[in-house]
Ligand binder design. Structure first.
Ligand SMILES: [Zn+2]
Length: 137
């Protein structure tokens, strides 16, 4: 390849091809074209859902200042799925979407797809459910 310092295939000690290195110059000039392509390819290769923002839950837990002890119960009012502690439930019926220090934690029910909002108030917790129509996430 003519511009080998911009595009470099990398091999490990045993000669196995494992990556391609793009120069910073190539990337900065063409990332606007490359990134959307790569993102699309990654979605094809790794179709699983985006990772749960577990760090948000950790932070939320760390700043727990409600009048009741820490708990991580989640229930879906739509299909009845529930977990005493969604973080340790081996079946993991709920996927964390977001958690805010202020007290709002949003989950998705894996069984029925409902969005479950768990609102932590000073002295009580309440759940809300929203069902999405097909294809309108
Ligand atoms: Zn459900």
């Amino acid at each position: 390849m003519a511009h080998s310092d911009h595009y470099l295939p990398l091999y490990d000690k045993s000669g196995n091809f494992y990556a391609v290195l793009l120069s910073a110059e190539l990337w900065s000039r063409f990332s606007h074209r490359l990134e959307p392509m790569i993102r699309g390819m990654l979605e094809d290769m790794e179709p699983q859902e985006r990772p749960e923002p577990l760090h948000e839950w950790d932070e939320f837990k760390q700043y727990w200042d409600f009048k009741y002890p820490y708990e991580a119960r989640v229930e879906c009012g739509n299909c009845g799925a529930q977990a005493e502690d969604w973080t340790t439930d081996p079946v993991r019926p709920f996927t964390l979407r977001s958690a805010q220090i202020g007290g709002l934690a949003v989950f998705q029910c894996r069984a029925c797809g409902a969005t479950v909002r768990k609102k932590h108030f000073k002295d009580h917790v309440c759940f809300e459910y929203t069902l999405h129509a097909c294809g309108s996430r």
